[in-house]
Ligand binder design. Structure first.
Ligand SMILES: Nc1ncnc2c1ncn2[C@@H]1O[C@H](COP(=O)(O)OP(=O)(O)OP(=O)(O)O)[C@@H](O)[C@H]1O
Ligand SMILES: [Mg+2]
Length: 246
């Protein structure tokens, strides 16, 4: 499989706080990468640096071989190529579901209304929400809103999707429906980076996992191996919290 994303020596500071320290990793087309780590370790900052919601200080981000961490990049096209699914959904409250999902194809990709509607309807169907196409976000459960937010990212036909703790704002019974949509996408070959505390999902769906601590990648590898035999004490300590909870 070909490499879709290569991150080399990425750094990010907020004032004196070094939040990402020399972060390097790569992702192949079709892979799901899980990013795990404690609160404040830099996971969201990493995702936000990748699509320039928060510009990195230094390092390279090669998307299909092209460095996108340069001043000349077209930020809108990068954001369309890397869909972002936020913890708190971020849907437009004044637009209905169809309009929310049509927005990207229409406004960002510049498609016609007819094409945008077709794509949006197909993606809404893909996440199992076609019966809610005329509803407004406030009329949906959190799990349903998150599925629409995934459809919205998919409608941009991204090269990969970045998920930042997509289920952590949801009640446990709504988490499953979102994880099953994400699992189906992974099985269909979508490339994704998922920041998550759902260790079951990371273990069974991810191809690779990165453990980040204080802005450093402490360990990366195959989830089944890392979870069974972490090589570093810090990884062992972090994972032991979940073993007790599960
Ligand atoms: N916009 C910002 N301005 C200043 N500091 C920030 C900003 N965003 C994040 N930070 C700091 O960067 C560090 C990493 O934050 P980040 O949100 O990336 O952590 P995280 O791993 O996603 O945590 P959580 O699991 O709680 O979401 C923290 O110390 C945080 O306070
Ligand atoms: Mg975060």
């Amino acid at each position: 499989m070909s490499t879709i994303l290569e991150v080399k020596h990425l750094t990010k500071k907020f004032d004196d706080n070094e939040v990402l320290k020399d972060v390097s990793f790569e992702l192949k087309k079709g892979e799901t990468l899980a990013v795990i780590g404690s609160s404040g370790s830099g996971k969201s900052t990493l995702l936000r640096c990748l699509n320039h919601l928060s510009p990195p200080d230094s390092g390279q981000i090669l998307l299909e071989g092209v460095n996108i961490n340069t001043p000349e990049i077209d930020i809108n096209s990068i954001r369309a190529d890397m869909g972002f699914v936020f913890q708190d959904f971020n849907l437009f409250t004044h637009l209905n579901i169809l309009e929310n999902v049509m927005f990207g194809p229409l406004r960002v990709r510049g498609l016609s209304k007819k094409q945008a509607r077709q794509i949006a309807a197909a993606e809404i169907k893909r996440v199992g929400m076609i019966d809610k196409i005329d509803s407004y976000p406030a009329q949906l459960s959190g799990g349903q809103q998150q599925r629409i937010s995934i459809a919205r990212a998919l409608a941009l036909k991204p090269k990969l999707i970045l998920f930042d703790e997509p289920t952590s704002a949801l009640d446990p019974e709504l988490t499953g429906e979102v994880l099953s949509v994400m699992t189906a996408l992974a099985n269909e070959g979508m490339t994704a980076i998922v920041v998550t505390h759902e260790m079951g999902f990371a273990r069974s769906v991810a191809d690779k996992v990165i453990f980040i601590d204080q802005g450093l990648i402490v360990e990366q590898g195959e989830p089944k191996i890392m979870f069974a035999t972490p090589r570093h004490e810090r990884t062992r300590l972090f994972l032991s919290n979940f073993v007790r909870l599960e």
